[in-house]
Design a protein around this ligand. Structure first.
Ligand code: PXL
Length: 291
């Protein structure tokens, strides 16, 4: 038999000592979906289910060195970028990727924790928008993040569409605006390409406080499906299904005294491998188009 190779992804993100979000969520998610997860840690956060008590950034040169070390040897086929605390680290990430052929990059524009702590240094926002956004294949802001990127209030579905057109000035590629912050029972996430609405993904809100890390989990799952070779709309559709099930399967379980994690490991699959050098899977999924 010829040589086998795992399907591999790299997450560049902050550590959540509580284990529900950040790099821990990313590694659990990618692993649960059968994808080998490499990681570059950008910051160490001190937190549990009750909140964040401290944030320590990793030196930018060390962020860059981790990425280069993984890229030069392990050769992931998709990247997820989550929390990046300061502008120098953002520039270090862009610099690291300048050495390689373009890969699918999912950028989760993490700015504040769900409990309100700053996960991005004051003044780093413009750098995120002007240097990190342009290298992403897909950007996945929630409503407040989309509002900040677009420089406008986003309070309804029409505002999301208007914000998407503005954000396309910084990145003409794919954009998934997550509508969870609109307080509706039916959640709607909207996928755009170059500011144009491409697909609408609906789902019913699960009544639970165990939603810590859902944004991290979604972007990591998208990166995992991109690593398998799916296109962006298919990867988003599959990743949303995974997150919805992970929320439902962890909705009634107590982890700590605060906001608990989703159940990443409700149905883990074995690590996938392919013949080394063989093309990735190209199976396509139907996704709901705009109605
Ligand atoms: O908000 C997403 C997020 C990203 N990164 C880290 C986190 C969280 C949420 O708490 O802890 C490290």
């Amino acid at each position: 038999m010829g040589q086998l190779e795992y399907v591999k992804a790299l997450t560049i993100a902050g550590s959540d000592s509580g284990g529900g979000a950040g790099i821990q969520a990313d590694i659990k998610t990618m692993s649960a979906l059968g994808v080998y997860a490499a990681s570059a840690v950008t910051a160490v956060t001190v937190q549990n289910t009750l909140g964040v008590s401290d944030v320590h950034a990793v030196p930018p040169a060390v962020v860059e060195a981790q990425i280069r070390s993984v890229m030069d040897d392990i050769r992931p086929t998709a990247i997820k970028i989550g929390m990046v605390y300061d502008a120098d680290s953002m520039r270090a990430i862009v610099q690291a990727f300048s050495h390689y052929a373009p890969l699918p990059i999912v950028l989760d524009t993490v700015m504040v924790s769900s409990s309100g702590s700053a996960f991005m240094q004051a003044g780093a926002f413009e750098c995120l928008r002007d240097t990190l956004l342009p290298i992403a294949t897909l950007v996945t802001p929630n409503l407040p993040e989309a509002a900040r990127l677009a420089g406008m209030d986003v309070r309804c579905l029409a505002d999301m569409d208007a914000a998407a057109r503005r954000i396309a000035e910084y990145n003409p590629g794919w954009l998934l605006i997550k509508g969870g912050h609109l307080n509706r029972t039916r959640i709607e996430d909207r996928l755009y390409k170059n500011g144009e609405l491409v697909a609408v993904f609906g789902g019913m809100r699960v009544e639970t406080t165990n939603t810590h890390g859902t944004g991290c989990t979604l972007s990591a799952a998208i990166a995992a499906y991109l690593a398998m070779g799916h296109g962006v709309p298919e990867a988003v559709e599959r990743a949303r299904d995974y997150v919805q099930q992970a929320i439902a399967q962890g909705a009634c379980v107590i982890t700590g005294r605060g906001f608990g994690p989703v159940n990443h490991l409700f149905a883990p699959v074995p690590l996938q491998a392919k013949a080394s050098g063989a093309p990735m899977c190209t199976q396509r999924l139907q996704y709901r188009t705009k109605s």
